[in-house]
Design a binder for this molecule. Structure first.
Ligand SMILES: Cc1cc2nc3c(=O)[nH]c(=O)nc-3n(C[C@H](O)[C@H](O)[C@H](O)COP(=O)(O)OP(=O)(O)OC[C@H]3O[C@@H](n4cnc5c(N)ncnc54)[C@H](O)[C@@H]3O)c2cc1C
Length: 381
């Protein structure tokens, strides 16, 4: 065997697994299709709300990211579709320094790759593309064209359209939301107050997330045909300002808007003999809770724990060991997907009377400190 673990996909989740296994002594390979991009002169429109739990799992990878481009979230303010319903989460009230941090994808990935460095037990294949996968007596063979990698375990961290998932024969049953999320960055007239602002509107869910200075990042989930119309609007910033009730005043766009189709997807099991899936290769959720990448980091954290604690006799592709990882991840993934799916259905729905119920629901949660504390604890993981 060349390797103990081959990770296909060096996005944030795959890189986090490589980082967490770097000191394990295991022989590792990371296979990535495209070299990472980071535009230090501009701002990424792909941004993430990183939970304190994820930041602590990433350790040196988190510390190496450029902190001048990271913004804390000290409050979350969530509004219903009437004027008076609001749910507010405050770090101060919960006795915390912050609820999350907003970071650009490229900045975080660059920090993680720097923290990984060039250890002797890790080989990076980039750019590389996968041509074939074969199970042998002792492991799996991953064909990269010019090279064939032999490993005891291959991990699919290659995103929503995972090559490994389909070539290893995982069945999926995706359910498109028929919605797209539009992302773009803006400069705002009024201070964002380190607050993540979110509006559950009848026509979609709009979030403005605080970035350094007077910048905010938009994630606006709308029906896909509406997304196409909005992207073609010459006065898109004005539409965003209007849809966010001008809370942050006038908006000036600093990155061109882009839209991503949204879907709900999960696999029946995250593992097969000698194969495991993590991150978006394993599950896609609605971005309304901003938790997709955190869920992926928790997959990587669990898989790395199981591999590190496996004991001397077991190899990394041992099926009962992988099943343990699968069982440990089930509840977290299912509860995140169920919650975001329910909220999406509840709010993007024109059934008469439902608007009253959902706004009353927001106000009810606002009045119940114990529910709010439970929700905060979940979001910190
Ligand atoms: C609009 C939108 C907003 C979002 N906002 C948030 C947010 O605020 N917070 C949050 O936590 N999540 C958010 N998410 C979800 C988040 O983007 C994903 O959960 C996250 O990017 C998943 O990371 P990943 O590493 O699993 O996959 P990816 O980021 O897709 O990385 C996969 C990697 O694999 C590589 N690859 C693909 N195929 C191959 C192959 N065959 N061989 C080798 N390499 C390959 C790709 O080049 C890529 O580098 C959002 C999603 C959307 C659509």
């Amino acid at each position: 065997m060349d390797y103990d673990v081959v990770i296909v996909g060096g996005g944030l989740v795959g890189a986090s697994l490589a980082l967490s296994l770097k000191e394990s002594g295991l022989r590792l390979a990371l296979v990535e299709a495209r070299p990472p991009l980071f535009d230090a002169a501009g701002w990424d429109s792909r941004i993430y709300a990183i939970s304190p739990g994820s930041a602590s799992f990433l350790g040196r990878g988190w510390e190496r990211a450029d902190s001048s481009r990271i913004n804390p979230v000290r409050e979350m303010r969530i509004f219903g579709d009437d004027a008076s319903s609001e749910l507010r989460f405050s770090a101060e009230e919960a006795g915390l320094p912050e609820l999350a941090h907003i970071v650009e994808s490229g900045n975080l990935l660059r920090g993680m790759m720097q923290a990984i460095g060039t250890p002797e037990n890790l080989e990076v294949y980039c750019p590389a593309s996968c041509k074939g996968l074969l199970w042998t007596d002792a492991g799996v063979e991953l064909d990269l064209g010019e090279e064939k990698l032999h490993s005891k375990l291959v991990v699919g961290a290659d995103g929503a359209k995972s090559w490994l998932r389909s070539h290893a024969g995982f069945e999926i049953n995706p359910r498109p939301y028929k919605q797209s999320a539009i992302v773009a960055n803006f400069e705002c007239e009024k201070p964002h107050l380190d607050t993540a602002w979110q509006w559950f509107r009848k026509d979609g869910i709009l979030a403005l997330l605080p970035m350094p200075g007077n910048r905010v990042s938009l994630v606006w989930s709308v029906w896909s045909d509406e997304a196409e119309r909005l992207l073609a609007e010459p006065d898109f910033p004005e539409l965003v300002a209007e849809a966010s009730f001008r809370r942050l005043g006038e908006l000036k766009m600093i990155t061109a808007p882009a839209a991503f189709p949204l879907r709900l997807m999960r696999v029946d099991s995250l593992v097969k003999p000698r194969v495991a899936l993590i991150g978006d290769a394993a599950h896609n959720t609605h971005p309304l809770a901003g938790q997709g990448v955190n869920l992926g980091f928790r997959d990587a954290r669990e898989l790395s724990t199981v591999l590190l604690e496996r004991g001397p006799q077991k190899d990394c592709g041992d099926y009962p060991l992988l099943r343990r990882f699968d069982r440990a991840r089930r509840e977290d993934i299912l509860s995140m997907q169920t919650t975001t799916d329910l909220l999406q259905k509840l709010f993007n729905n024109e059934i008469p009377g439902l608007s009253l119920i959902r706004n009353a629901g927001l106000r009810m949660v606002e009045g119940q400190t114990w529910i709010k504390n439970a929700l905060i604890q979940h979001a910190l993981a």
